[in-house]
Design a protein. Structure first.
Length: 75
């Protein structure tokens, strides 16, 4: 979860199908920097990052280990 804009678009698409009684949001990584008032109900890991950082998620099944890495991007 980053700015919340993609989540907002997904919520709009869900609401186009009807009015769900409840929507819960689960994210692997919450990095902050919200532009919209959206909060995840379930968070795997909170990682403080800068706006320039990228977050890489690796899974044991495909990458050999479970880990979350914040990569400083230099422009």
């Amino acid at each position: 979860l980053y700015t919340g804009r993609s989540i907002r678009a997904a919520l709009d698409a869900l609401i186009d199908y009807g009015r769900p009684r409840r929507i819960q949001l689960a994210v692997l990584v919450d990095r902050g920097h919200r532009e919209l008032p959206i909060r995840a109900d379930f968070v795997g890991k909170n990682i403080p990052t800068s706006h320039q950082d990228e977050v890489l998620v690796q899974l044991a099944e495909t990458d050999g280990a479970d880990r979350v890495i914040a990569i400083e991007r230099r422009d």
